[in-house]
Design a binder for this molecule. Structure first.
Ligand SMILES: [Zn+2]
Length: 189
């Protein structure tokens, strides 16, 4: 069945999922090279990760999170533009015939991981924003959760990082409204 999201096709969605997983992994205090390599491998990327890469990827993650934390499309666009200003001229690559053709805005196919992470993420966020004319993602609205998400859906804007957080928030909201009435025990007459 044809997708209603003509622009945000499979490759954009794949980068969205990878970016989200990397951002949430990098937000963990104990994120190290091995943990990041595991996340990358889960997305088919086998590049080795060094401890230098971790520090640089954390800095990149900070800037990408700022886009996802933007209140509206205007400020998200402004933040994406700041990242695109540091990106390289777009080019097509198939990594020497090993992948399908896709656009890169990093300097070269073997650019440092952090440069690739920032460049691929900001291009993906730019395409999503263009397609929907709304912020390309957000920070989870569930109490106490700071995980981020990229919104690839075509329905109403997403608010939670996961189904788990959405359910948790719904249950909490239900309790807030249901408990006060239920807790009042009626005096016997
Ligand atoms: Zn959450």
């Amino acid at each position: 069945m044809p997708s209603t999201n003509a622009v945000t096709g499979r490759s954009v969605r794949a980068v969205a999922e990878r970016t989200t997983d990397l951002l949430n992994a990098l937000a963990e205090e104990d994120a190290d090279a091995a943990a990041l390599a595991r996340v990358l491998r889960a997305h088919g990327e086998t590049d080795p990760v060094t401890s230098d890469d971790v520090g640089r990827m954390r800095a990149a993650a900070y800037r990408i999170r700022a886009v996802l934390a933007a209140e509206d499309a205007d400020s998200a666009a402004e933040r994406i533009n700041r990242l695109l200003a540091r990106a390289h001229q777009p080019r097509l690559t198939d990594h020497g015939g090993t992948t399908h053709w896709h656009v890169h805005v990093d300097s070269r196919d073997d650019a440092p991981l952090a440069e690739w992470f920032l460049a691929s993420s900001c291009l993906m966020l730019a395409l999503l924003l263009t397609d929907r004319q709304r912020p390309p993602g957000g920070v989870c609205a569930a109490h106490g959760c700071e995980r981020v998400f990229v919104d690839c859906g075509s329905g109403s804007p997403r608010r939670y990082c996961s189904r788990r957080c959405a359910t948790r928030a719904r249950v909490a909201a239900h309790r807030r409204t249901a408990v006060p009435g239920a807790a009042v025990s009626r005096p016997r007459t």
